[in-house]
Write a protein that binds this ligand. Structure first.
Ligand code: C2E
Ligand code: MG
Ligand code: MG
Ligand code: MG
Length: 298
């Protein structure tokens, strides 16, 4: 019966429309709640900075740490930054949060210094922070407060920021450079990397995105890309860090190709400050060659 079929189709269409609205409403509500929660996360002491070592690939020696933010939500557990940083950016909360991350990480690195551990510090910053008061003088006063030499700080920015190619951005970044702070491009290779912006902006370091490292030795496209990035960095005098190094084979390949610095679970995952210190105290750097020999011997 055609009429009945038509009737049923309409009914189910209506139900579906209803279902979608409900789902969207639910989603919007959840988002609003999370946003409200984020507004109070700082004062409620729910944010924590984790630290992941950056090592010299060949010797395995720890050279510095990257600060990576975590949100310990009372009901949802620990929320990774990808799930709340975008919200913090949209709402402008990233201004206060970003400032707090920098402050906290500087304080921590200074404490480690007092314990005889000189580490460089990498901190991720969002482009939104430019309009929210994060400029060279703001960073300088944080560094001064914690007696940290600007040459020990690396600010990590993403490619998106450089694509706009605005004079405003160049000036903003140059302000950091003039203090002696280094600049790194994070997740390099995932955006529209272009040689021209590398020339225009005062960057020192490229961080090869872990997407390419993951596929190393198994995907020829990833292999060629990594090779190209490494040789480009060498000819432009840029420092390189490979992100997401998880296996000894990846480490070996990267060393053979000339990538000097690495970060990844092979060495150490991001950890709370106290745990990182325990890790540092236990850690025995293993040179790449030795480690490969050991595994070959079984
Ligand atoms: P990112 O700066 O590229 O950080 C590297 C990410 O790779 C981290 O994710 C880290 O936990 C993860 N990772 C490190 N080694 C490995 C590995 O061997 N395997 C795999 N699969 N992953 C590894 P995380 O901590 O979830 O941070 C995600 C992103 O959130 C960061 O990417 C960064 O863009 C952003 N973020 C983190 N903290 C902050 C912050 O304080 N401010 C801003 N603006 N962004 C932040
Ligand atoms: Mg980063
Ligand atoms: Mg990255
Ligand atoms: Mg990232």
């Amino acid at each position: 019966n055609a009429d009945l079929a038509m009737y049923k189709a309409k009914q189910s269409g209506r139900n579906q429309a209803h279902f979608f609205t409900a789902a969207m409403q639910e989603h919007a509500n959840q988002r609003m709640t999370l946003e409200q929660d984020l507004r109070h996360a700082l004062e409620r002491d729910q944010l924590e900075v984790y630290y992941q070592p950056i090592v010299a690939g060949h010797s395995g020696r720890v050279q510095g740490v990257e600060a990576l933010l975590r949100w310990h939500h009372p009901e949802r557990g620990t929320i990774p930054p990808d799930q709340f940083i975008p919200m913090a950016e949209e709402t402008g909360l990233i201004g206060k949060i970003g400032q707090w991350v920098l402050e906290t990480a500087c304080h921590q690195v200074q404490r480690w210094s007092a314990q005889g551990r000189e580490l460089s510090l990498s901190v991720n910053i969002s482009e939104r922070q430019r309009d929210l008061g994060l400029d060279a003088s703001a960073v300088q006063s944080i560094l001064a407060r914690h007696a940290i030499d600007p040459t020990r700080l690396i600010l990590e920015i993403t490619e998106g920021l450089l694509l706009q190619d605005s004079q405003e951005t160049v000036t903003w970044l140059q302000g950091f450079k003039d203090l002696g702070i280094s600049l790194a491009i994070d997740d390099f290779g995932t955006g529209y990397s272009s040689l021209s912006y590398l020339k225009r902006f005062p960057v020192d370091t490229l961080k090869i995105d872990r997407e390419f490292i993951r596929d190393l030795n198994s995907d020829r496209y990833a292999d060629s890309l990594v090779t190209a990035i490494i040789s480009m960095a060498a000819s432009l005098d840029l420092r390189l860090i490979a992100e997401g190094v998880e296996t000894e084979a990846q480490r070996r390949t990267l060393i053979d190709q000339g990538c000097l610095f690495m970060q990844g679970y092979l060495f150490c995952p991001p950890q709370p400050a106290d745990e990182l210190l325990l890790w540092l105290n236990r850690y025995q750097p293993v040179p790449a060659q030795e480690r490969a020999d050991t595994s070959a011997a079984g």
